[in-house]
Design a protein around this ligand. Structure first.
Ligand SMILES: C[S@@+](CC[C@H](N)C(=O)[O-])C[C@H]1O[C@@H](n2cnc3c(N)ncnc32)[C@H](O)[C@@H]1O
Length: 258
Protein backbone atom coordinates (compact mmCIF):
# COMPACT_ATOMS: atom_id res chain seq x y z
CA UNK A 1 0.00 0.00 0.00
CA UNK A 2 1.30 3.47 -0.85
CA UNK A 3 2.15 6.06 1.78
CA UNK A 4 -0.48 8.34 0.28
CA UNK A 5 -3.11 5.75 1.11
CA UNK A 6 -1.72 5.41 4.64
CA UNK A 7 -2.09 9.11 5.22
CA UNK A 8 -5.53 9.48 3.65
CA UNK A 9 -7.78 11.41 6.04
CA UNK A 10 -10.52 9.32 7.57
CA UNK A 11 -13.38 11.07 5.79
CA UNK A 12 -11.74 10.25 2.44
CA UNK A 13 -11.74 6.50 2.95
CA UNK A 14 -13.48 4.38 0.31
CA UNK A 15 -17.21 4.88 0.13
CA UNK A 16 -18.42 1.32 0.69
CA UNK A 17 -21.87 1.67 2.29
CA UNK A 18 -21.07 -0.03 5.60
CA UNK A 19 -17.76 1.78 5.95
CA UNK A 20 -19.41 5.10 5.24
CA UNK A 21 -21.93 4.53 7.98
CA UNK A 22 -19.14 3.71 10.43
CA UNK A 23 -17.04 6.77 9.78
CA UNK A 24 -19.63 9.39 8.94
CA UNK A 25 -22.95 8.51 10.54
CA UNK A 26 -25.86 10.69 9.46
CA UNK A 27 -28.28 11.78 12.16
CA UNK A 28 -31.75 10.29 11.65
CA UNK A 29 -34.50 12.83 10.98
CA UNK A 30 -36.06 12.04 14.32
CA UNK A 31 -32.80 12.54 16.30
CA UNK A 32 -33.07 14.65 19.39
CA UNK A 33 -30.92 17.73 19.91
CA UNK A 34 -28.74 15.68 22.27
CA UNK A 35 -28.20 13.04 19.57
CA UNK A 36 -27.24 15.68 17.04
CA UNK A 37 -24.80 17.30 19.48
CA UNK A 38 -23.21 13.90 20.09
CA UNK A 39 -22.93 13.20 16.34
CA UNK A 40 -21.41 16.61 15.77
CA UNK A 41 -18.92 16.24 18.65
CA UNK A 42 -17.95 12.79 17.39
CA UNK A 43 -17.49 14.03 13.80
CA UNK A 44 -15.20 16.80 15.07
CA UNK A 45 -13.18 14.26 17.05
CA UNK A 46 -12.86 12.01 13.98
CA UNK A 47 -11.70 14.96 11.88
CA UNK A 48 -9.13 15.91 14.54
CA UNK A 49 -7.85 12.34 14.67
CA UNK A 50 -7.53 12.17 10.89
CA UNK A 51 -5.08 15.09 10.87
CA UNK A 52 -3.08 14.02 13.95
CA UNK A 53 0.42 12.58 14.13
CA UNK A 54 -1.03 9.79 16.25
CA UNK A 55 -3.25 8.75 13.34
CA UNK A 56 -0.28 8.71 10.95
CA UNK A 57 1.88 6.69 13.36
CA UNK A 58 -0.81 4.18 14.25
CA UNK A 59 -1.79 3.68 10.62
CA UNK A 60 1.86 3.05 9.73
CA UNK A 61 2.14 0.49 12.54
CA UNK A 62 -1.07 -1.22 11.45
CA UNK A 63 0.10 -1.27 7.85
CA UNK A 64 3.50 -2.73 8.72
CA UNK A 65 2.20 -5.29 11.23
CA UNK A 66 -0.77 -6.44 9.17
CA UNK A 67 0.68 -5.81 5.77
CA UNK A 68 0.09 -9.32 4.49
CA UNK A 69 -3.54 -10.37 5.00
CA UNK A 70 -2.64 -13.85 3.70
CA UNK A 71 -0.37 -14.58 6.69
CA UNK A 72 -2.00 -12.29 9.28
CA UNK A 73 -5.68 -12.12 8.40
CA UNK A 74 -7.76 -9.90 10.67
CA UNK A 75 -11.49 -10.57 10.71
CA UNK A 76 -12.56 -9.11 14.04
CA UNK A 77 -11.83 -5.95 16.03
CA UNK A 78 -13.06 -6.22 19.59
CA UNK A 79 -13.26 -3.23 21.92
CA UNK A 80 -13.26 -4.05 25.64
CA UNK A 81 -13.90 -1.43 28.32
CA UNK A 82 -14.81 1.56 26.13
CA UNK A 83 -17.04 3.09 28.80
CA UNK A 84 -20.28 4.88 27.98
CA UNK A 85 -19.88 7.04 24.84
CA UNK A 86 -23.28 8.74 25.14
CA UNK A 87 -23.31 9.66 28.84
CA UNK A 88 -22.17 13.25 29.38
CA UNK A 89 -19.24 13.20 31.82
CA UNK A 90 -15.71 14.52 32.13
CA UNK A 91 -14.55 11.23 30.60
CA UNK A 92 -16.82 11.43 27.54
CA UNK A 93 -14.28 13.20 25.27
CA UNK A 94 -11.67 10.53 26.09
CA UNK A 95 -14.18 7.74 25.44
CA UNK A 96 -15.26 9.26 22.11
CA UNK A 97 -11.60 9.66 21.16
CA UNK A 98 -10.99 5.99 21.95
CA UNK A 99 -13.99 5.16 19.77
CA UNK A 100 -12.66 7.30 16.90
CA UNK A 101 -9.35 5.40 17.03
CA UNK A 102 -11.25 2.09 17.02
CA UNK A 103 -13.14 3.00 13.83
CA UNK A 104 -9.98 4.31 12.20
CA UNK A 105 -8.23 1.01 12.97
CA UNK A 106 -10.87 -0.88 11.03
CA UNK A 107 -10.52 1.52 8.08
CA UNK A 108 -6.72 1.11 8.14
CA UNK A 109 -7.05 -2.68 8.15
CA UNK A 110 -9.54 -2.62 5.30
CA UNK A 111 -7.24 -0.31 3.36
CA UNK A 112 -4.41 -2.78 3.99
CA UNK A 113 -6.49 -5.43 2.20
CA UNK A 114 -8.07 -7.29 5.09
CA UNK A 115 -11.56 -7.18 3.61
CA UNK A 116 -14.51 -6.42 5.83
CA UNK A 117 -13.55 -6.46 9.51
CA UNK A 118 -16.39 -7.11 11.95
CA UNK A 119 -16.46 -4.71 14.89
CA UNK A 120 -17.65 -5.65 18.37
CA UNK A 121 -17.72 -3.69 21.61
CA UNK A 122 -18.28 -4.97 25.12
CA UNK A 123 -18.63 -3.07 28.35
CA UNK A 124 -21.02 -3.91 31.19
CA UNK A 125 -21.76 -0.19 31.60
CA UNK A 126 -23.30 0.21 28.13
CA UNK A 127 -26.76 1.76 28.22
CA UNK A 128 -29.43 1.31 25.54
CA UNK A 129 -28.41 4.69 24.13
CA UNK A 130 -24.78 3.50 23.93
CA UNK A 131 -25.79 0.30 22.15
CA UNK A 132 -27.92 2.19 19.68
CA UNK A 133 -25.16 4.76 19.00
CA UNK A 134 -22.55 2.01 18.55
CA UNK A 135 -24.80 0.02 16.24
CA UNK A 136 -25.39 3.16 14.13
CA UNK A 137 -21.61 3.06 13.58
CA UNK A 138 -21.72 -0.57 12.46
CA UNK A 139 -20.50 -1.98 15.80
CA UNK A 140 -22.07 -5.13 17.25
CA UNK A 141 -22.46 -5.57 20.98
CA UNK A 142 -21.12 -8.48 23.00
CA UNK A 143 -22.06 -8.94 26.62
CA UNK A 144 -20.75 -10.01 29.97
CA UNK A 145 -22.64 -10.18 33.24
CA UNK A 146 -19.64 -9.24 35.41
CA UNK A 147 -16.45 -7.25 34.95
CA UNK A 148 -14.33 -10.14 36.18
CA UNK A 149 -15.66 -12.35 33.38
CA UNK A 150 -14.93 -12.14 29.69
CA UNK A 151 -18.45 -13.31 28.79
CA UNK A 152 -19.38 -13.42 25.08
CA UNK A 153 -16.04 -11.86 24.13
CA UNK A 154 -14.34 -15.21 24.83
CA UNK A 155 -15.85 -16.73 21.70
CA UNK A 156 -14.84 -13.74 19.56
CA UNK A 157 -11.13 -13.97 20.28
CA UNK A 158 -8.85 -16.01 18.03
CA UNK A 159 -5.71 -15.45 15.94
CA UNK A 160 -7.70 -13.27 13.52
CA UNK A 161 -8.86 -10.85 16.26
CA UNK A 162 -7.35 -7.59 17.47
CA UNK A 163 -8.43 -6.75 21.01
CA UNK A 164 -8.61 -3.01 21.64
CA UNK A 165 -8.71 -2.16 25.33
CA UNK A 166 -7.43 1.26 26.40
CA UNK A 167 -8.08 1.83 30.13
CA UNK A 168 -9.54 -1.62 30.72
CA UNK A 169 -9.67 -2.61 34.39
CA UNK A 170 -6.84 -4.82 35.67
CA UNK A 171 -9.46 -7.35 36.75
CA UNK A 172 -10.74 -7.61 33.17
CA UNK A 173 -7.16 -7.79 31.82
CA UNK A 174 -6.69 -10.80 34.10
CA UNK A 175 -9.79 -12.45 32.62
CA UNK A 176 -8.50 -11.63 29.13
CA UNK A 177 -4.86 -12.65 29.49
CA UNK A 178 -4.66 -15.08 32.41
CA UNK A 179 -8.03 -16.84 32.56
CA UNK A 180 -10.83 -17.23 29.96
CA UNK A 181 -8.92 -15.60 27.09
CA UNK A 182 -5.48 -17.01 28.05
CA UNK A 183 -3.39 -17.95 25.04
CA UNK A 184 -6.01 -16.87 22.50
CA UNK A 185 -5.13 -13.16 22.33
CA UNK A 186 -2.64 -12.72 19.52
CA UNK A 187 -2.94 -8.95 19.01
CA UNK A 188 -3.70 -6.38 21.67
CA UNK A 189 -3.87 -2.60 21.38
CA UNK A 190 -4.31 -1.34 24.90
CA UNK A 191 -2.55 0.17 27.86
CA UNK A 192 1.23 0.30 27.73
CA UNK A 193 2.17 -2.17 30.47
CA UNK A 194 5.66 -0.66 30.84
CA UNK A 195 4.03 2.64 31.71
CA UNK A 196 1.51 0.87 33.97
CA UNK A 197 4.39 -0.67 35.92
CA UNK A 198 5.91 2.76 36.38
CA UNK A 199 2.55 4.31 37.30
CA UNK A 200 1.78 2.30 40.42
CA UNK A 201 3.80 2.65 43.65
CA UNK A 202 6.30 -0.14 44.31
CA UNK A 203 4.39 -2.19 46.90
CA UNK A 204 0.84 -1.41 45.76
CA UNK A 205 -1.71 -4.14 44.98
CA UNK A 206 -2.16 -2.68 41.49
CA UNK A 207 1.56 -2.99 40.70
CA UNK A 208 1.46 -6.62 41.84
CA UNK A 209 -1.49 -7.19 39.49
CA UNK A 210 0.35 -5.55 36.59
CA UNK A 211 3.46 -7.66 37.30
CA UNK A 212 1.30 -10.78 37.29
CA UNK A 213 -0.05 -9.80 33.89
CA UNK A 214 3.41 -9.04 32.52
CA UNK A 215 4.96 -12.25 33.85
CA UNK A 216 1.95 -14.42 33.06
CA UNK A 217 1.25 -13.15 29.55
CA UNK A 218 2.27 -9.75 28.19
CA UNK A 219 6.00 -10.41 28.75
CA UNK A 220 5.86 -12.90 25.90
CA UNK A 221 4.47 -10.35 23.45
CA UNK A 222 6.34 -7.97 21.20
CA UNK A 223 5.55 -4.42 22.30
CA UNK A 224 5.42 -1.29 20.20
CA UNK A 225 4.46 2.03 21.77
CA UNK A 226 1.61 3.93 20.10
CA UNK A 227 2.40 7.64 20.28
CA UNK A 228 2.02 10.90 18.41
CA UNK A 229 0.66 14.32 19.24
CA UNK A 230 -2.20 16.40 17.84
CA UNK A 231 -5.02 14.35 19.34
CA UNK A 232 -4.89 13.84 23.10
CA UNK A 233 -5.14 16.90 25.28
CA UNK A 234 -4.17 17.41 28.92
CA UNK A 235 -7.83 17.40 30.04
CA UNK A 236 -8.48 14.00 28.40
CA UNK A 237 -6.45 12.25 31.08
CA UNK A 238 -5.38 9.67 28.48
CA UNK A 239 -2.93 6.87 29.27
CA UNK A 240 -0.16 5.73 26.89
CA UNK A 241 -1.07 2.84 24.59
CA UNK A 242 0.96 0.06 22.99
CA UNK A 243 0.45 -2.58 20.32
CA UNK A 244 1.28 -6.10 21.50
CA UNK A 245 1.80 -9.13 19.29
CA UNK A 246 2.12 -12.61 20.72
CA UNK A 247 5.13 -14.46 19.39
CA UNK A 248 6.81 -11.24 18.20
CA UNK A 249 10.49 -10.57 18.94
CA UNK A 250 11.32 -8.39 21.99
CA UNK A 251 9.34 -8.54 25.18
CA UNK A 252 8.75 -6.41 28.26
CA UNK A 253 9.56 -9.33 30.62
CA UNK A 254 13.19 -8.36 31.13
CA UNK A 255 12.15 -4.89 32.27
CA UNK A 256 9.57 -6.16 34.74
CA UNK A 257 11.59 -6.14 37.98
CA UNK A 258 9.98 -6.33 41.42
C1 LIG B 1 -11.26 2.48 33.88
S1 LIG B 1 -12.75 2.26 32.95
C2 LIG B 1 -12.29 2.99 31.40
C3 LIG B 1 -13.43 3.42 30.57
C4 LIG B 1 -13.01 4.25 29.32
N1 LIG B 1 -12.26 3.45 28.39
C5 LIG B 1 -12.26 5.49 29.73
O1 LIG B 1 -11.13 5.71 29.26
O2 LIG B 1 -12.81 6.27 30.52
C6 LIG B 1 -12.71 0.53 32.61
C7 LIG B 1 -13.89 0.02 31.85
O3 LIG B 1 -13.75 -1.38 31.68
C8 LIG B 1 -15.05 -1.93 31.75
N2 LIG B 1 -14.98 -3.39 31.98
C9 LIG B 1 -14.76 -4.02 33.15
N3 LIG B 1 -14.81 -5.36 32.95
C10 LIG B 1 -15.06 -5.57 31.65
C11 LIG B 1 -15.24 -6.73 30.86
N4 LIG B 1 -15.17 -7.96 31.38
N5 LIG B 1 -15.50 -6.58 29.54
C12 LIG B 1 -15.56 -5.34 29.00
N6 LIG B 1 -15.41 -4.21 29.71
C13 LIG B 1 -15.16 -4.31 31.02
C14 LIG B 1 -15.69 -1.15 32.87
O4 LIG B 1 -17.10 -1.26 32.89
C15 LIG B 1 -15.21 0.25 32.56
O5 LIG B 1 -16.10 0.94 31.71
Amino acid sequence: MSLAAVETPLHHFPTARKQKSRTNPKPKKSSSKGDQQLQSLFSDIQALYATSKLSQNLTKQITSTFTNPATTPIKTLLSLGLGSPTTPSKNQPRILKQLAIFLALSAALENAGHGFVTLYAQDPVFTRADESFLSSLGIKISRTSRGAELGEATALIDAATIVYSPFLTLEAYEALLLHAGKGSVRFLIGDDFEKLLAKWPKFSEERKQVLKLVRGAVGGYRRRGVGGDGFWEEGDGAFPMALYERGGAGSVKAKAKM
